[in-house]
Design a binder for this molecule. Structure first.
Ligand SMILES: Nc1ncnc2c1ncn2[C@@H]1O[C@H](COP(=O)(O)OP(=O)(O)O)[C@@H](O)[C@H]1O
Ligand SMILES: [Mg+2]
Length: 241
């Protein structure tokens, strides 16, 4: 594993966001959680609000939070600390919550994302960076409130560069540190001449990791842990650079 000789801070975290919904935030966040866990870190996954929770044994079941909990090695009974708000409708959480007559506010999501002082937090919002999360906040507002550095996930396809550069500009304007961009590829779509990874790395100056099409979780774990020490050992929250 690549640590580049940099000692890990005692605790820290990453906020995983994306250019859009359904591009692989949970998939990548689970990989990061597994890598941290394998390094003996105490991992605190957080998915403070999840919408589209279907009933399982009569209870709303948060699929993403359950995947994150399993990746972090947490038993099912600890699911409530990963996910506090479970909404039924498969809509943006602000709307899903309003439909239930129980509007959500940013302070509640920040509280639901709290971590133990010695834990490494990996937080997944819902949707893309500027998707609404609650009455008074977007995903970007939760990221800003938590202060953890950001990992941006996007789907590697035609059109990705615009979405990534827009998101990176928004993150920069908010003073949020970006550790890396992961370009996830779930289906074949590539013109042989297209190289989003190289193009985005050149235009952003950030580490950009391109995953092979349909890479299984084990391969993703190996690539993430080998490719960028800023993902496996992100800077401490609030630090600059
Ligand atoms: N590299 C990949 N290969 C195969 N399936 C993937 C890959 N990345 C994501 N998926 C699948 O695509 C779907 C959406 O990914 P997910 O991580 O849930 O996205 P998000 O959290 O951004 O909504 C899930 O079913 C997930 O398992
Ligand atoms: Mg998800």
């Amino acid at each position: 594993m690549s640590t580049s000789g940099v000692p890990l801070p005692r605790a820290g975290g990453l906020f995983v966001t994306a250019t859009d919904t359904g591009v692989g935030k949970t998939f990548i966040a689970c990989s990061v959680a597994r890598i941290w866990r394998a390094r003996g870190l105490k991992v605190a996954p957080r998915k403070p609000v999840e919408s589209g929770c279907a009933l399982r044994e009569g209870q709303r079941f948060p699929e993403d939070a359950a995947l994150l909990a399993a990746a972090a090695g947490l038993p099912p009974e600890r699911l409530p600390e990963v996910n506090r708000y479970r909404l039924a409708e498969p809509l943006a959480p602000d709307l899903a919550a309003r439909l239930e007559g129980r509007p959500l506010h940013l302070a509640e999501l920040v509280a639901a994302s709290a971590r133990p002082a010695d834990a490494w937090r990996i937080t997944e919002g819902a949707g893309g960076l500027y998707s609404p999360l609650c009455e008074d906040g977007l995903n970007a507002d939760l990221a800003e409130a938590l202060g953890d550095p950001v990992l941006l996930v996007a789907e590697d396809r035609l059109g990705t560069l615009s979405g990534c550069l827009l998101a990176l500009e928004a993150l920069d304007r908010r003073g949020l540190q970006v550790v890396a961009v992961v370009l996830n590829r779930r289906r074949p779509d590539a013109h042989p001449a297209m190289d989003n990874r190289a193009e985005l790395a050149r235009r952003s100056g950030l580490p950009v990791l391109g995953l092979p099409e349909g890479a299984p979780a084990l391969v993703v774990d190996q690539m993430l842990s080998a490719s960028s020490s800023s993902i496996v050992s992100p800077p401490e929250p609030g630090s600059t650079g």
